[in-house]
Design a protein around this ligand. Structure first.
Ligand code: AN7
Length: 352
């Protein structure tokens, strides 16, 4: 049957009615890829799966929440939406805003968003405002603006975003016929870990699964507010998507950890890059650096003895590596060999 996006597929779990006009780009339905090569490389004896959210229409998991948030904004008659973003939310808001015919404002930290994400927001036609400040300051700004002016906030503090994003958990359970034992995920603003945990719990309440995963979220070390237990005023990390020092869903992330018997940890930029390269070279999947925090987290947790063998483990790869070609080129170590167009020269360079 023709796939029409995640609201249509999971409508009975979502706040829509038969008369709701759905704004969709046919997001969701992303592949859950068995990653035997990566598991072997890590040296872990589990069934490892990568949920590649980079296959969404704008290249990240944000589309799951945005279809829902923009559908509800449109239903409520909104003329404009606004968000703060480290990049992916702005790309997604801009795309769904374009589809809905709603004006979109995005606030981004000037100089700290990946090239591909900026190009997306530009092409989809958003009003782009680059602030001299970080994501947390941008979020404070848009929260205040949306509370005073008729513009709908579509950051993950908008509960419809969480509703849409919880469908990622439904898809994993539908694919495996159960919940995995462990769910590894990057943490920035902490909306996604909140959404997945909600999704797993709702599927269990509905009787579709009867187990729940341990939720393991990972922040970047230079932005690890939850791990350190304090707001970080100048968050830093190469993984700009999660360069966030005051996560909006902080409490909900801790609840997911505590209710599931999971953990929230942090990984260094060095480990993030190592995982980023390992995922690409062993599995043929190019995710963005922030996404690799889930796999870097798995490696760390495995070393610490947190992961039981012969279990199902899912790592969420939240965004597509094509969004950040600068980092891909910088860290690949690839040696591009140049030569003339003569076959003999090409063969010589090939070492034949
Ligand atoms: C690739 O786009 O916050 O913990 O403004 O883009 O739900 O915030 C992006 C976050 C992980 C963290 N991976 O998710 C934004 C933004 C990627 C991301 C996260 C983000 P949350």
């Amino acid at each position: 049957m023709y796939y029409q996006g995640l609201i249509n597929k999971y409508r009975k779990y979502l706040p829509v009615t038969d008369s709701t006009e759905i704004v969709t780009l046919n997001e969701g339905n992303t592949p859950l890829i068995k990653a035997d090569n990566l598991a072997k490389k890590i040296g872990i004896n589990v069934n490892l799966y990568l949920k590649f959210e980079g296959c969404n229409p704008t290249g990240s998991f944000k589309d799951r929440g945005m279809t829902m948030a923009v559908t509800k904004a449109k239903e409520a008659g909104a003329n404009a939406i606004i968000c703060a973003s480290t990049g992916n939310t702005s790309a997604s808001a801009a795309a769904y805003g374009a589809k809905a015919g709603i004006k979109t404002f995005v606030l981004i930290p000037d100089g700290y968003i990946a090239l591909g994400k900026l190009s997306q927001a530009m092409m989809y036609g958003a009003e782009i405002i680059a602030i001299k400040g970080n994501f947390d300051q941008a979020l404070d700004c848009v929260r205040e603006i949306s509370s005073k002016y008729p513009v709908t906030l579509v950051n993950s503090v908008n509960p419809y975003r969480i509703e849409g994003q919880k469908t990622g958990a439904f898809e994993i359970c539908d694919a495996l016929g159960k919940a995995p034992e462990y769910h590894f995920i990057p943490v920035g603003n902490a909306g996604n870990i909140t959404a997945y945990w909600k999704g797993y719990k709702e599927y269990r309440e509905a009787g579709i699964i009867n187990n729940l995963p341990k939720m393991a979220g990972f922040e970047a070390e230079g932005s690890a507010a939850i791990v350190r237990g304090e707001r970080i005023l100048t968050p830093e990390t190469i993984a700009t998507a999660i360069r966030i020092g005051n996560p909006a869903s902080w409490k909900q992330a801790e609840a997911a950890r505590d209710e599931s018997g999971g953990k929230i940890g942090c990984v260094t930029d060095e480990k993030i890059i190592e995982a980023y390269k390992m995922i690409a070279s062993t599995e043929g999947i190019l995710c963005e650096p922030a996404s690799a925090a889930s796999v870097a987290g798995l490696i760390q947790a495995h070393t610490a003895g947190f992961v039981q063998p012969e279990t199902d483990v899912v790592c969420i790869l939240t965004g597509n590596g094509l969004k950040d070609p600068d980092n891909a080129i910088k860290y690949s170590n690839a040696d591009v060999k140049k030569t003339s167009a003569e076959i003999n020269d090409v063969l010589r360079v090939m070492g034949i």
